[in-house]
Design a protein around this ligand. Sequence first.
Ligand code: LLP
Length: 382
Amino acid sequence: MGQTYFPVDRFRNASTPLYYYDLHLLEATLDEVKACSSFPGYHVHYAVKANANQEILRHIAAAGLGADTVSLGEIKAALGAGFPAPKIVFAGVGKTDEEISMALELGIGCFNVESEAELRAIVAIAEKMGKKAPVALRVNPEIDAHTHHYITTGLAENKFGIALTMLDILLDDCFKSEWIDFRGLHFHIGSQITDLEPYRILCERINGLQAKYPDIVIPSINVGGGLGVDYDDPEGNPIPDFKGYFKVFKENLQLRPGQELHFELGRAIVAQCGSLICKVVYVKEGVGKKFVILDGGMTALIRPALYQAHHKIENITSKSEEMEKYDVVGPICESSDVFGIEEVLPETKRGDLIALRSAGAYGEAMASCYNCRALPEALFSR
Ligand code: LLP
């Protein structure tokens, strides 16, 4: 399948490893997101951290989505790609004074505030600049998203968000300060969530909170991101179940009249359109096994090493009918630089091209130069 999907000749003329992005799939995914979220007051922000490649960002901005950012660098990347400042939200537990003042200056849509200390810093900077800061409070809803512990964010033990027990105080602070324009409540329970039940529980939690504060004007609710993708079958399920996802909120969340509902999807929008393309440097005979050693490894796609994630591996050039088992590894000097154990692939030779699928999210964005390796370039479908 991969052999017809990928423009192998173009890869042969390029230097590997490289990220390949299928812009047609990205467009189809964006169309589906828009179609499934076209309810009054619904706004989707793209989580830039998933992939900040300018070409990718330009497509997403052109589709009319907003941007969810976590650093001044991401804000600049979003602005550069055409996201209007008022459609940019700024989250993160460690916003510096410089980032806060620049974001205020640039006129971003909202700060998602994660602590009392941060709120105080924003008030002080806003006062000094004589500019009211739009603020939403990120609440830690204490919900288990049943995902990898590194990407679960909504538990009491996580560093993210404001504890439910402290919310009263912070709401009070927001309304007491003339430098805060209170925009609403923000939540995010984790990433790569494939069972929608935690989202239904989140809706219930939010309904309870809204009932607890009947007299407080809450212009918007932001439910974060986290919708997962099918890493095992990227071709069978190239577009995630956006319909089911938005339906959970439509059916379970009781919005107030005129209240906006914001989403921050990253992975679900970009994961499947990207692949990491590597060349086989050697096929090495080990003790009782064969290794396929690639020219790209964990510096180009860290998810397997960091989260024990598995990306589908395809040999996109072998013409052999013989299937064999290989451990597929990268060239980095770390034992965790492994993409797959006992992968069944057609007979693989030095020079073959290998695709690691679903690498569009948290692939290029998390790349490093460890071992003094150059960052891979990106190639786009025509
Ligand atoms: N909103 C907030 C506040 C977040 O922290 C995140 C992701 C998102 C939205 C977007 O989540 P998404 O829709 O992409 O799941 N590097 C990890 C994922 C880390 C996610 C961090 N926060 C991975 O490769 O699995």
